[in-house]
Design a protein around this ligand. Structure first.
Ligand SMILES: [Zn+2]
Length: 387
């Protein structure tokens, strides 16, 4: 049987956390929604049952929810030790942190002291855009400061990629925008004093202007990623409710960007594998040389569906373009369960390909290494990973 459990992982998309910033009970953190889900339902999501079962094993206690939660609180009172134990079992070698979440930001030095693994950062565009909107400089200065910040993030601060979450609020139908239209949209929003107004309180026209402006800024960000030769991660597919409009988050909507002669040179990483539009993501990775797929959030949040969806990606995506990730946030258990259960699901998917005669065992292990860390090392130019 193919067994990848002994392999290390580079977690290509996740977020820093601190124990004192934990928000809410475990059952509420394992369902993605920010709308409170009644306990009757949240405790009966399979991912939650799996986390509880594995925690009972690690903590050496009976499979009783209250007892597991009590023991976990006790153990987590010594956070570095507890996190170390989970991360070691999961063999987490490197975390690529999207520091744009949570807000306010987690002090990175504190986070680094907590986790005993390597940490690199991905620079999210939207907090920068929000800061610029708050100070509302003239348009030319806005652009200058925007580009300077992106350059400095990579050149001075060592970020290994960019990320955009434009799917939230504006969807993925990103169009190229003329600079003049972006300038006019910005000046209208600025003159009316509505730049920083929450989207739901903006007029339909102001929302259209903001979309024009953000499309322009995201495209400039993609161009910068080409200049600086770093990957550009973009949120596709599932996310937090009620903020994500899943209908607008299908990665196929990125078609105009991906086939654009200039923008198409960027290394675009479809974060969350576009789930549930996974076959669409696989098609894009197959047809366009610079499209990559990150598995985070699909792993571990679809739980028992992981094996099948990984297989669907492999219908068309080369194994050289799929990258492991967890979207771990807020609590260490997400990073851990994602790696241990995700590796199991990947092992099962590859086993199925071996049994059907599509690949041999040697190639199954090679594919496992590519997906779990080698593709990330190559794409983000990371130091080699120890087994
Ligand atoms: Zn995330």
């Amino acid at each position: 049987m193919i067994d990848l459990s002994h392999y290390s992982v580079v977690d290509g998309h996740c977020h820093p956390f601190l124990p004192e910033r934990e928000r809410g009970e475990l059952d509420q953190l394992l369902n993605l929604s920010t709308i409170p889900i009644p306990r009757l339902h949240s405790e009966n999501i399979i991912l939650y049952r799996k986390v509880m079962m594995e925690l009972a094993r690690v903590l050496g206690c009976p499979l009783r929810l209250d007892e597991i939660l009590r023991r976990r609180r006790e153990e987590y009172a010594r956070p570095a030790e507890y996190i170390g134990r989970l991360f070691e079992e999961a063999k987490i070698d490197t975390l690529l942190l999207d520091t744009g979440y949570p807000r306010p930001p987690i002090p990175l030095e504190e986070f680094r002291r907590l986790v005993r693994c390597r940490v690199r950062c991905i620079y999210r565009l939207e907090p920068l855009i929000s800061r610029l909107f708050q100070s509302a400089p003239p348009f030319d200065e806005l652009l200058e400061r925007y580009e300077e910040a992106l350059e400095s993030a990579v050149r001075d601060k060592g970020h290994v990629g960019f990320k955009s979450v434009i799917a939230y609020g504006f969807g993925l139908r990103i169009q190229r925008v003329e600079e003049g239209s972006a300038r006019e949209a910005y000046e209208r929003l600025r003159d009316e004093g509505v730049l920083t107004l929450p989207l739901r309180r903006k007029s339909p026209r102001a929302v259209r202007d903001e979309k024009t402006l953000r499309n322009y800024l995201v495209c400039r960000g993609i161009e910068k990623s080409i200049d600086l030769d770093v990957p550009f991660q973009i949120h596709t597919g599932i996310g937090d409710s009620p903020y994500i409009d899943l209908r607008e988050a299908n990665p196929l909507h990125l078609f105009d960007v991906i086939r654009d002669e200039e923008l198409g040179k960027a290394k675009i990483v479809l974060v969350h594998a576009g789930y549930p539009y996974v076959e669409e993501a696989g098609f894009l990775a197959n047809n366009y040389p610079n499209v990559y797929i990150d598995l985070s959030e699909m792993i571990p949040f679809i739980g028992p569906g992981m094996r099948e969806k990984i297989l669907q990606l492999l219908y068309m995506s080369p194994t050289t373009k799929i990258l492991y990730g967890s979207d771990g946030y807020n609590i260490p258990e997400i990073f851990w369960i994602s790696a241990i259960w995700g590796k199991q699901a990947l092992s099962e998917a590859l086993q199925e390909l071996v049994e059907s005669g599509a690949i041999d065992e040697d190639y199954a292990y090679k594919a496992g290494r590519l997906i779990l860390w080698e593709n990330a090392v190559r794409l983000y130019k990371l130091p080699p990973v120890g087994l």
